[in-house]
Design a protein around this ligand. Structure first.
Ligand code: FUL
Length: 591
């Protein structure tokens, strides 16, 4: 299958074609897999907010086990309108909420579950977070989306064929009660371990259900069909970033393509499944008091924006509400700063008033000046048989900029595989200032330093005539390039423990383990923590511990001990690592 045509939906290009046919003109032909109209609309959203909220907000866990009492969920002052205001201040266009996370707790009264807000004493069982949030989104002009985890640690049917039926009913309930849903998030995670429950998911049935109830909803999973996971939870799309992916034979979760394939996509991939970059503003996905001091800096948020939305992806930033049901003031202030910074950076397009020339054009209708007119559907195309093409902008005088913002006209497919940016020096010489690979819907090129010039030339190599709908130039005087050096780590054999000498006997109540920043060399999933006073006699402090979600998110983990314990030496003995052979450790400490 070349594209995601389903349920009578036409790819976006069909309407463009029809208009041209009626006018009797020849038009550039589409190339490769194509997005649907809905996928193009989704890509235009630029950035969205993710909300992780549920029993974990109150327990401090990342993955609840499904045994939590319903009464644990008890926001003291739920205010979804505050979330919506914060989202607007950051320029988000939509909000996606964890309607059901892996613990199975439903934030709405799901009739096929006994583990929902209706069974809790919060608002006497009458509360409904999806209702509150969908109304707030409507009021503030935001789109509304839901995360509904297929993995369910509470539902008794999980692991049997009946669960698929329960899950479809769950989808039906959530997707038919709260108005339009722009995105349905299917998480692929499953931490059941080798001896855990195995569920064979009926994906075709799940997709059919979503399409029936919410035909416009973009379905997220490792392999789409609407959009795909970017392959990491650090906020980093690929410098090479194809919206196309080979999906045949793959499924979300353990049967998904390798994570780096999800990051890069597949050139000439069979389906259009653009990457979405989900990342949290804090180390964890759920709110924790202990992480109030670890909200990402403005600089880090800008870096993430450039490396997600600026790399042919869509930024999905998680902002977890606290136990009041508010977005904490530290996060909300940061998001206001983020929104302001982006408005300031992108407020003055220095290419405004420029004139454009190209090495060739498909016809007058597809002339180079179209890249400057601000109209999404008017674009420049190089001549019919060209694969390489250059576009030169003569600016209205000397301009100083450090961002080159380029858009490929994706309704006709993604086709550019390499490009350079050159500027004309005062000596009249073209100087190369950037060399990159893919463009896609939006590529923001970060120049190493600001350049002052009156002419800029872009040279593209593509698999078909080049189609560009936008080139804009900006000056960012806020973001400071971060030192790319990562923290050192060592790789150990899965049979070797990590040992720490605290320098003397100490009464400890928690320990912190830090893996390599990108999980290089594998990560510890299950472990035993042992303590010793003399380094010879060891006792188990935690016999069976797990670092939840560490494979997708190899960040530091702080684990509280069941009770304060005296020890001089600590030993973390791996019981299971992600690759079965090795794991990495950057540091381990105790408090
Ligand atoms: C992961 C989950 O396991 C995390 O808890 C979180 O929801 C993240 C967005 O996706 O796969």
């Amino acid at each position: 299958m070349k594209n995601n045509v389903h349920g009578g939906l036409l790819p976006a290009v069909a309407s463009v074609f029809l208009a041209l046919l009626l006018q009797g003109c020849s038009a550039p032909e589409p190339y490769g897999a194509l997005p649907t109209d809905y996928q193009v609309q989704w890509q235009k959203m630029d950035r969205n907010m993710f909300v992780h909220f549920g029993p974990n907000t109150f327990s401090g866990r990342e993955w609840g086990d499904g045994k939590e009492a319903e009464d644990l969920f008890n926001p003291t002052d739920l205010d979804c309108r505050q979330w919506a205001r914060v989202a607007r201040s950051a320029g988000f266009q939509g909000i996606i909420i964890t309607a059901k996370h892996h613990d199975g707790f439903c934030l709405w009264p799901n009739p096929v579950s006994n583990h929902t807000v209706a069974q809790s004493s919060w608002m006497d069982g009458k509360g409904d977070v999806l209702r509150e949030l969908s109304e707030a989104c409507r009021e503030y002009g935001l789109k509304f989306g839901v995360y509904i985890s297929p993995w369910d640690r509470n539902d008794p049917h999980y692991g049997t064929p009946e669960y698929n039926d329960v899950f479809v009913k769950t989808l039906r309930s959530a997707l038919s009660s709260y108005g339009p849903v722009f995105e349905q998030w299917f998480d692929g995670a499953n931490g059941e371990g080798p001896n855990g429950k195995r569920q064979v998911y009926d994906w075709p049935l799940f997709h059919k259900t979503v399409w029936e109830l919410q035909p416009q909803a973009i379905m997220f999973s490792d392999v789409g069909p609407g959009c795909r996971w970017v392959g990491n939870e650090q906020g980093r799309a690929g410098r090479t970033s194809w919206s196309t992916l080979n999906v045949e034979g793959y499924e979300p979760g353990s049967a998904a393509p390798p994570q780096d394939t999800l990051t890069l996509g597949n050139v000439h991939g069979g389906a259009w499944v653009a990457p979405e970059t989900d990342v949290s503003i804090r180390p964890g996905w759920f709110w924790k008091e202990s992480e109030n001091g670890r909200v990402k800096s403005l600089n880090r948020l800008l870096k993430i924006y450039y490396e997600s939305t600026g790399r042919n992806s869509l930024m999905l930033l998680n902002v977890p509400p606290d136990t009041r049901g508010h977005i904490h003031e530290i996060d909300s202030v940061r998001l206001g700063e983020f929104g302001e910074a982006l408005s300031r950076i992108f407020s003055v397009n220095l290419a405004e008033g420029a004139s454009a020339e190209a090495s060739s054009s498909f016809s007058r209708r597809y002339s180079p000046s179209n890249v400057l007119d601000g109209n999404y559907d008017s674009f420049w195309t190089s001549s019919k048989d060209s694969k390489d093409a250059t576009l030169t902008l003569a600016l209205p005088g000397e301009k100083t900029f450090n961002r080159v913002d380029i858009g490929e006209y994706i309704p006709l497919g993604q086709r550019i595989y390499a490009f350079t940016v050159e500027v004309l020096t005062p000596e009249g010489i073209w100087k190369e200032v950037a060399k990159e690979t893919t463009v896609g819907f939006r590529r923001i090129v970060l120049l190493d330093e600001a350049v002052t010039t009156s002419k800029i030339r872009l040279s593209f190599s593509a698999y078909a005539p080049v189609t560009i709908n936008k080139v804009a130039l900006y000056m960012d005087d806020i973001y400071v390039k971060e030192n790319e050096r990562s923290t050192p780590f060592i790789t150990k054999l899965a049979t070797d423990p990590v040992t720490v000498d605290l320098g003397g006997a100490k009464r400890i109540s928690s320990f912190t383990f830090v893996p390599a920043e990108r999980g290089q060399g594998g990560v510890i999933i299950d472990w035993t923590l042992q303590g010793s006073l003399d380094g010879k006699n060891w006792e188990d402090i935690i016999a069976e511990g797990t670092f939840d979600n560490i494979v997708n998110s190899p960040t530091d983990r702080t684990i509280d001990l069941p009770s304060p314990t005296w020890a001089r030496h600590l030993r973390l003995v791996p019981r299971r690592t992600s690759n079965g052979v090795t794991y990495s450790v950057s540091s381990m400490s105790a408090k």
